[in-house]
Design a protein around this ligand. Structure first.
Ligand SMILES: Cc1cc2nc3c(=O)[nH]c(=O)nc-3n(C[C@H](O)[C@H](O)[C@H](O)COP(=O)(O)OP(=O)(O)OC[C@H]3O[C@@H](n4cnc5c(N)ncnc54)[C@H](O)[C@@H]3O)c2cc1C
Length: 61
C-alpha cells in the first residue's frame, strides 16, 4: 500500500449543515444550474444533460 495524491470531492451542503445526497437543479430566468451531481451522476450524466437541455429550452420560450 502506498500514499496517493489528494482529491477534491464536490459536495453540496444544505443550510442546516446536512450533506445533500441528491441531484439539485435550480434556476432563475433563463439560467439553469446543476448545483449537485453526486453518485450515480456519471451513470446518469446523459439523462441529466437531456433534462437540463429540456429545462433550458422551456425557459427561453
Ligand atoms: C469515490 C466515488 C465513486 C463514485 N462512483 C460512481 C459510480 O460508480 N457511478 C456513478 O454514476 N457515479 C459515481 N460517482 C459520482 C460521479 O463521479 C459524479 O457524479 C460525477 O463525476 C459528477 O460529474 P461532474 O461533471 O458534475 O463533476 P466532476 O466529474 O467532478 O468534474 C468537475 C471537473 O471540474 C474540474 N474543476 C474543478 N474546479 C475547477 C476550476 N476552478 N477550474 C477548472 N476546472 C475545475 C475538476 O478537475 C473536474 O475535472 C462517484 C464519486 C466518487 C467520489
Amino acid at each position: 500500500m502506498h500514499a496517493g495524491p489528494r482529491g477534491v470531492r464536490v459536495q453540496a451542503m444544505n443550510a442546516d449543515g446536512s450533506l445533500e445526497d441528491d441531484f439539485v437543479i435550480a434556476g432563475q430566468g433563463r439560467l439553469v444550474h446543476l448545483c449537485n451531481a453526486p453518485s450515480p451522476g456519471a451513470t446518469s450524466s446523459l439523462a441529466i444533460a437531456e433534462h437540463l437541455v429540456a429545462t433550458a429550452l422551456e425557459r427561453v420560450r
